[in-house]
Design a protein around this ligand. Structure first.
Ligand code: NAP
Ligand code: MG
Length: 479
């Protein structure tokens, strides 16, 4: 007998989406000076949600001016006072957490279970964490008398819209900087709701400015002569453009880019837990995760057993309505991202890997891709080398720890990795030899506001989170 879950839809009555939005500059929502407009949609239904500004150069300039004029006062406030604002924001985010979670799921397509239980709690935690740092900057590790940098231009992707906003804004403000943030084109709505939170917290005008738009807006922000710091999270391709356009300027840069993490399972691993870790590693957030465990490296002797268990566990994944509280895998964020996933999956077929797809009913409207596993993958296959950023797992095998390390490191990226084994000594040995910024052992996709996150090689440079995350927004006063 098969037990089916009854639908358990989350109510959307808590969110109030306006038919159109302006830009948030100098503490107010304002009309665009030279921008066009576009429509933002719900990727699960393709329903139009609102009209958004594609900010132009004059808009970017107005936002940078507002941030610059707010900077003088904000940077000179006692740290404890800046901390009070950040605590206030953190508490409001907790109070309005459900509203944010529902809106995030509507605009992004991620399951409400994740936006409610993962994204939003972490968002508040980041603001609380950096609120606590605001009056302790002399312990941040950048030397005596640390100073803020000035105006930060911050650009974020669509996969964790609010969490990426928190990673950027909380440390910048704690350190005394002011910011101009551009959310991703497809997911502007929670950032605009955050602007309301800034008003509600009575944050001084101009300290946070939110300008919506696409790549051109981002580029205008990065190239604006009057910003001091660029913080970017997104693709390696755009990261490269940004690195070259700020080269030769005095702008400080941090780049958090793509990944192709190895999730390594040894033959002595607790196999059921490893299966849970593989599922979480690649199907959490539809695989739209920079640190997703997208390459499973499994020791040859346990491959068949592990794959049988994995396929069995995958049968229980529920794919569909992001607002259903039982949903495990939601919608792909955009038609463009879906096309990219499809194209890479097809390359897996043509290059000779074997595709296994979860049988599931997909909604007719919206953008969907069923959880998929490729076996017989070689290291040369595109699906083993390129970031798919979708619910697609590539399975490779190894025989010895040395081979696992070599294969894991055989990638241009170096963001994260996972190790599954009973042996503590093996965890340490393998972790020490992996070129990855974050290595999880017997767990995966664990995030914490106190823990730094960032990559090696083409995954970028700089760290976000924890004490180290402050370094990106401070300089020593003695220099
Ligand atoms: P993306 O295309 O690089 O976009 C990231 C952001 O940059 C968006 O706001 C985008 O605007 C903007 N942008 C595009 N072109 C630009 C330009 N020439 N100058 C300045 N800004 C520009 O990346 P994505 O497809 O949105 O996000 C997926 C990527 O982000 C993946 O590669 C993933 O691994 C990476 N990521 C990394 C981390 C990390 O911490 N390392 C975390 C999350 C995601 P539009 O929205 O208009 O494109
Ligand atoms: Mg893009």
């Amino acid at each position: 007998m098969v037990f089916e879950y009854a639908p358990a839809p989350e109510s959307t009555s808590i969110v109030d989406i306006q038919t159109s939005y302006g830009l948030f500059i100098n503490g107010k929502f304002v009309k665009s000076k030279d921008g066009k407009r576009y429509k933002t949609i719900n990727p699960a239904t393709e329903e139009v949600l609102s009209e958004i500004v594609l900010a132009g150069k004059k808009d970017v300039d107005a936002a940078v001016k507002a941030a610059r004029s707010a900077y003088g006062k904000w940077s000179k406030l006692p740290g404890a006072t800046r901390g009070k604002y950040l605590y206030r924001i953190a508490r409001i985010l907790q109070e309005r957490s459900r509203e944010f979670a529902v809106l995030e799921s509507i605009n992004n397509g991620k399951p409400i279970r994740e936006s409610r239980d993962v994204d939003l709690p972490l968002v508040a935690a980041h603001f609380f964490h950096y609120a606590g740092w605001a009056d302790k900057l002399e312990y941040a590790g950048v030397g005596p008398n640390p100073q803020s940098l000035g105006v930060a231009g911050q650009i974020i992707p669509w996969n964790f819209p609010m969490l990426m906003l928190a990673w950027k804004i909380a440390p910048a403000l704690a350190a005394g900087n002011t910011v101009v943030l551009k959310p991703a084109e497809t997911t502007p709505l929670t950032a605009l709701l955050f602007a309301e939170v800034c008003q509600q917290a009575e944050l001084p005008p101009g300290v946070v400015n939110i300008i919506t738009g696409a790549g051109e807006t981002g580029s205008a922000l990065v190239n604006h002569p009057n910003i001091n710091k660029v913080a970017f999270t997104g693709s390696t391709e755009v990261g490269r453009l940004i690195a070259s356009s700020v080269a030769g300027t005095n702008k400080k840069v941090t780049l958090e880019l793509g990944g192709k993490a190895a999730n390594i399972v040894f033959d002595d691993a607790a196999i059921d837990q490893a299966v849970e870790g593989i599922i979480n590693g690649i199907f959490f957030n539809q695989g739209h995760v920079c640190c997703a465990g997208s390459r499973l490296l499994v020791q040859e002797s346990v491959k068949d057993e592990l794959l049988d268990l994995l396929y069995e566990r995958m049968q229980t994944l529920r794919v569909g309505d992001p607002l259903d509280k039982n949903t495990d895998v939601g919608a792909i964020n955009s038609a463009a991202q879906l096309a990219k996933i499809q194209e890479l999956a097809e390359s897996g077929d043509t290059e000779g890997a074997d595709r296994w797809t979860l049988k599931c009913e997909l909604p007719e409207k919206g953008f969907w891709f069923p959880p998929t596993v490729f076996t017989n993958v070689t290291q040369a296959h595109r699906i083993a080398r390129e970031e798919i950023f979708g619910p697609v797992l590539s399975v490779l095998t190894f025989r010895t720890p040395q081979e696992a390390i070599e294969k894991a490191n055989n990638t241009p990226f170096g963001l994260s990795a996972g190790i599954w084994t009973e042996k503590g000594s093996r965890i340490l040995e393998v972790a020490n030899n992996l070129r990855a910024g974050v290595v999880w052992a017997n767990t995966f996709n664990k995030f914490d506001a106190t823990s730094p996150f960032g990559g090696y090689k083409e995954s970028g440079y700089g760290r976000e989170g924890g004490r180290v995350g402050l370094e990106a927004y401070l300089k020593s006063g003695d220099k």
